[in-house]
Design a protein. Structure first.
Length: 182
């Protein structure tokens, strides 16, 4: 069937939107990688999925490119002809700085959540270990109790076999020899 043109419009279905985002994201990152390799460009891409998860790509890294962009020192011998361009680039720099700080806040929050989950997991492992240890320690005690019970049952069986008279209320019948009839 081949490739065909699609209309560029927002996708309404959330599942389709997520799938489209994932495919387009990998394509965009691939193109950015090719551009950086072919042209030697330094590239940084930061995007948020429909589920509000951050994704980034950078060559050599997002931090290096963002720092270079945000903290670039203006050379004194270069004169800007247009003041609007300077203001626009400052606005873009400010906006990117704000977005970067938002991404950093999200990253810190996720790091805190991960640390908390790790602590909970370690606590659960410790409690399971102590429970397993208690079971292991109680195992010999239970084993000994079962052995004692089995011994008591064996003793009771032997006592019943050795008794001359029935103990449980079964009447004692004298043993008589029966003759066979031919």
């Amino acid at each position: 069937m081949g490739r065909r043109r699609i209309e560029i419009a927002e996708v309404k279905d959330p599942n389709t939107k997520q799938v489209t985002f994932s495919k387009r994201r990998t394509g965009l990152f691939k193109k950015a990688n090719e551009l950086s390799v072919l042209c030697g460009a330094e590239i940084a891409i930061v995007m948020f999925s429909p589920g509000k998860k951050p994704f980034s790509y950078g060559h050599p890294s997002v931090d290096v490119v963002a720092d270079k962009y945000l903290r670039k020192k203006r050379r004194s011998n270069v004169v800007r002809a247009n003041v609007r361009e300077n203001n626009a680039s400052n606005e873009v720099g400010d906006r990117l700085s704000q977005e970067l700080s938002i991404v950093q806040v999200h990253t810190e929050e996720e790091h805190k959540k991960a640390t908390e989950l790790d602590m909970r997991e370690k606590e659960q492992e410790a409690s399971q270990f102590s429970q397993n240890k208690e079971l292991l320690q109680s195992s010999p005690v239970l084993q000994r109790m079962v052995e004692d019970y089995v011994d008591a049952v064996e003793v009771s069986e032997c006592m019943l076999l050795l008794a001359k008279e029935a103990v449980i209320g079964i009447p004692h019948r004298p043993i008589t020899k029966r003759r066979r009839r031919n």
